[in-house]
Design a protein around this ligand. Structure first.
Ligand code: FAD
Length: 342
């Protein structure tokens, strides 16, 4: 059985920073990733979204170039070539988060799904790994609400929107938070007619109300339809919505993008076997990011409360010194690395 000072579960922003930091401090570290190295930020989050926003901004600036004393121009927009340029950006960044890079930093990368079988052991069914400490950095996934009919249609989320083949003519964006708002404006600038459906009385509810108002005005000036205090009730060919008075309406669409929040990735980890407590908001930790199991820490979106790459980075940097064993254990282990005391 392979033994480590630290096993990090999740190879996204938080997990990568924690693993690299702890390995740099001399710990024997394993990193587990079940899908793609780089996590959300590289594969489905910050990187593709900021890249497509850049294309959309160029379209918008060019279409409205007269305000700069230049001749306006309309592009012939092909979604597949825009998305190909997004992939190019991702490919440039991917080597920084790759298995090769982390192996070169001294981290043992294990690709696959492992779960706790005891407080100090995880297994993928074939192999068991043991560690003195753990850091859980499994991130979050788009939350898809139980709206009747939604499970009967192929809807979009920030996970799969990057595989779209054609630009939707009529796109509904469910949710006016940061992810919904940025993708709504982007697709409108690419040429879709976009309707944002938001249950709250303003967009971007975590921002100051002046910001929400400014963004709404800008969206409307750019041709988006913004429906506030509007609840998505059901999908039955079209989207049935209702206002606070119970007044119903119908919105036609050819694609619907669900961006109503993100749920922590806590399932399938066997957290109960490790004694790690969690609820629907994520893994519970103290101020030092230590979970209810004293030797297990957690960081990033699976903890929250702020689901950003820089928060995950910061938490991971704060966690790394705690998750490794005491310095005297390290100097002992560097003399005889295999003998880790549990
Ligand atoms: C569309 C979009 C745009 C965004 N834009 C920004 C932005 O501009 N700026 C910003 O700061 N943040 C942005 N974010 C948020 C940012 O992507 C996240 O906050 C960040 O990726 C969180 O890092 P993390 O390490 O906690 O989780 P993640 O990056 O999600 O990494 C978690 C990793 O764990 C893996 N994993 C999950 N379960 C298991 C398991 N059981 N075993 C092994 N591995 C597992 C996953 O495959 C994943 O690779 C955006 C997010 C989205 C969706």
């Amino acid at each position: 059985m392979k033994e480590y000072h630290l096993i990090v579960i999740g190879g996204g922003s938080g997990g990568l920073v924690c693993a690299a930091g702890a390995a740099g401090l001399g710990a024997k570290v394993a990193l587990i990733e079940k899908h793609k190295m780089g996590g959300d930020c590289l594969n489905t989050g910050c990187v593709p979204s900021k890249a497509i926003i850049r294309s959309a901004k160029i379209i918008h600036d060019t279409q409205t170039a007269e305000r700069f004393g230049l001749k306006a121009h309309n592009f012939d927009i092909k979604l597949d070539s825009v998305l190909a340029s997004v992939r190019e950006v991702q490919e440039k960044i991917a080597p920084h988060d790759s298995v090769e890079r982390f192996t070169s930093l001294g981290v043992d990368v294990h690709l696959g799904e492992y779960r706790f079988i005891s407080p100090h052991q995880i297994s993928n069914g074939k192999e068991t790994l043991k560690a003195k400490r753990f850091c859980i950095a499994t991130g979050a996934s788009p939350f898809v609400p139980p709206i009747p009919g939604l499970d009967k249609i192929p809807s979009l989320t920030s996970d799969n929107v990057w595989q779209l083949k054609e630009l939707p003519k009529n796109l509904i964006v469910l949710g006016g938070g940061p992810i919904g708002a940025e993708l709504a404006q982007t697709f409108a600038r690419l040429g879709s007619h976009v309707t944002v459906v938001e249950m709250a009385d303003r967009l971007l509810i975590r921002e100051d109300s002046e910001v929400s108002e400014l963004v709404k005005k800008r969206f409307e000036a750019e041709g988006l339809t913004v429906l506030l205090k509007t609840k998505a009730e059901q999908i039955d060919g079209s989207l049935i919505v209702s206002d606070p008075n119970g007044q119903k309406g119908k919105i036609e669409f050819d694609q619907i993008l669900v961006a109503v929040g993100r749920a922590p990735n806590v399932n399938g980890l066997g957290l109960e076997k490790a004694g790690v407590q969690y609820d629907k908001k994520g893994i519970k930790t103290d101020a030092t990011l230590r979970t209810s199991a004293k030797h297990i820490y957690a960081c990033g979106d699976v903890v929250g409360p702020y689901q950003f790459t820089h928060t995950a980075d910061f938490q991971a940097i704060s966690t790394a010194p705690f998750v490794i064993v005491k310095p005297r254990d390290l100097s002992r282990s560097s003399r005889k690395r295999e003998r880790i005391k549990f």
